[in-house]
Design a binder for this molecule. Structure first.
Ligand code: HEC
Length: 103
């Protein structure tokens, strides 16, 4: 490689390294982070801590299918105190479901 080719390549690499932390920050939040950020633990016991207004979510993956979890999160029932999370994006819902499935 001559210098003419190498320099822009190095400049690009430097730029990518500078941007890397920002890319990492804007990447979709992990399911557990979402769970915390959305305040689910305020009402649900999960992994040993949380509230008791809603049912404990440990072992949820054995009780509900991914589709049922999606319904619980996005379809609000009149009689429920649980808020609807239908404003979440598809990737966020999928990440959250994966986390719930792992409990
Ligand atoms: C204000 C309290 C409250 C908050 C906040 C809340 N929930 Fe709930 N959740 C409930 C209650 C109460 C139920 C029981 C069923 C019902 O009333 O709808 C429930 C039911 C559920 C169920 C079904 C559990 C089962 O065993 O069938 C899941 C899954 C669930 N919540 C997940 C979540 C997640 C994930 C979040 C955060 C994104 C969340 N909840 C936030 C109160 C809450």
């Amino acid at each position: 490689m001559n210098d003419f080719v190498k320099r822009p390549a190095l400049a690009l690499l430097a730029l990518l390294l500078m941007l890397a932390p920002n890319i990492a920050r804007s990447a979709p939040m992990l399911g557990e982070d979402l769970f915390k950020a959305l305040g689910c633990r305020g009402c649900h016991l999960a992994g040993g801590s949380g509230g008791s207004l809603g049912p404990a979510l440990d072992g949820l993956g054995k009780r509900l299918s991914p589709e049922q979890m999606r319904q619980v999160l996005t379809v609000h029932r009149e009689t429920s105190v649980m808020p609807s999370y239908d404003h979440l994006t598809e990737p966020e819902l999928a990440t959250l479901r994966d986390y719930l499935q792992s409990l």
